[in-house]
Design a protein around this ligand. Structure first.
Ligand code: 3HC
Length: 383
């Protein structure tokens, strides 16, 4: 299968690597040779790490031999079966690219976007056959996170949905279907709530960044704390994703910490400074977080808005409880799904915590969802 990946950043280079590991011939496109060379370096690093961990079925050089880079869109789109778009999260840029892809890629090829937040239907509007436009949302690092959210636009056909599911399987991933392309889909909506509430608890003086991260890691078993994850994937990435979601009706009073960091250019690991400080900009390094710091953090307060969001997704028919739990486990590495965590803590406690957050902030987004209220009244469980 001939594959084009447009955009060679964190997600683009990872998707290209997955495609090459699955045996596809891959061409990566970006606006400069320098960016493309950096992508190749990152793929080499990742392959050597995977090789050390015994995760490769083939040697790294033969995988690399299936990867080409090219600054010409015309060349990379010629004769492809699938295009993955992974350019920055700007609607104009994506629309421009999809118009070109519509012209240059074969008419039966699948046009997939890795957008984190922009509805697929908006992107598909500029394509003559919108049935072939789909969201295939990977998670950072794409090489290691097992989830792909498959997001249908209003006009995406079953045929292309099935194709996207097959490709995810070929790439060794698990697909979760998102029935409606609400901004942020499943995982980023849940994560936006968790990150924003973490931030609210810090700015209201209830706790510290390290305490929040320690509680998430060592008491809930998450692979990374909320601030640690922001640093890891890029504070700019989350800031822009949250803006795009808000512009499309996601109700969230953004806590100022993310914006301050974004404006100061303190973006996390990539700049050497974010919520934590790192020894070398751009080099994978884990923040040091003490195990004891999170002992007194109120877990119900911390996760309540993420659970409320998951319940909203169920009530709105965006996804099933089981798939939401699968998505949060596979996309974020949680040991239990977000709804399972809610059941474990107790939905009554979750509702009380939301009411406290609402009192603290006066923000309507903390109002317990009507389905949560029903669950608490009836004692039923979402499964
Ligand atoms: N390729 C290959 N290997 C990699 C890698 C990559 N891209 N990144 C890290 N590794 C390696 C590390 O170098 C390390 O190898 P070593 O032991 O030889 O040094 C190994 O993987 C394991 O790393 P660590 O021991 O540091 O850490 P973990 O066991 O915690 O695993 C992790 C790392 C998989 C990143 C894990 O911490 C995790 O799951 N974190 C959560 C990530 C997450 O939530 N992602 C989703 C973000 S949201 C998103 O992407 C959506 C978007 O739209 C915003």
């Amino acid at each position: 299968m001939k594959v084009a990946v447009i955009g060679s950043g964190t997600m683009g280079h990872g998707i290209a690597q997955l495609a090459a590991m699955a045996g596809c011939d891959v061409s990566i496109n970006d606006v400069s040779e320098e960016l493309l060379n950096r992508a190749v370096e990152r793929i080499r690093w990742s392959l050597s790490k995977m090789n050390e961990g015994g995760k490769l079925k083939e040697n790294a050089d033969s995988i690399m031999s299936r990867i080409r880079v090219n600054v010409s869109l015309n060349d990379v789109l010629n004769g492809v079966s699938v295009m993955f778009e992974a350019v920055p999260e700007t609607l104009d840029l994506k629309l421009r690219l999809f118009r070109v892809a519509d012209e240059l890629a074969p008419h039966d090829s699948l046009l997939a976007t890795n957008t984190s937040s922009i509805p697929i239907t908006e992107i598909a509007e500029v394509v003559q056959q919108p049935e072939r436009v789909i969201g295939m949302h990977f998670f950072n690092p794409p090489q290691l996170m097992p989830l792909v959210e498959i997001v249908r636009g209003k006009k995406t056909s079953d045929n292309y949905v099935n194709k996207a599911v097959d490709i995810s399987k070929q790439f060794g991933k698990e697909a979760v279907l998102v029935n409606r392309d609400v901004p942020g889909f499943i995982v980023n909506r849940v994560l936006a709530r968790l990150m924003n509430t973490s931030c609210v608890l810090v700015t209201h003086g209830a706790t510290t960044i390290e305490s929040i991260d320690s509680a998430l890691k060592y008491r809930l078993g998450f692979p990374m704390g909320a601030f640690e994850l922001a640093d890891y994937s890029g504070i700019d990435v989350f800031y822009l994703v949250f803006q795009a979601m808000k512009e499309r009706g996601f109700m969230m009073h953004e806590c100022p910490l993310f914006e301050e960091k974004y404006k100061r250019g303190e973006l996390g690991i990539k700049t050497g400074l974010g919520f934590y400080k790192y020894p070398e900009a751009g080099k994978y390094h884990r923040a040091v977080i003490s195990t004891e710091a999170g002992t007194n953090v109120d877990l119900a307060m911390l996760v309540s808005s993420a659970i409320n969001e998951a319940i909203w997704l169920v009530r709105e028919g965006v996804s099933e409880p089981r798939d939401i739990d699968r998505a949060t486990k596979l996309g974020l590495g949680y040991p239990q799904g977000i709804l399972e965590i809610g059941n474990k803590i107790g939905m009554q406690k979750i509702m009380n915590a939301l009411n406290s957050l609402r009192e603290l902030t006066s923000w309507d987004e903390y109002e317990p969802d009507s389905l949560l209220q029903e669950i608490v009244l009836s004692g039923a469980k979402l499964t």
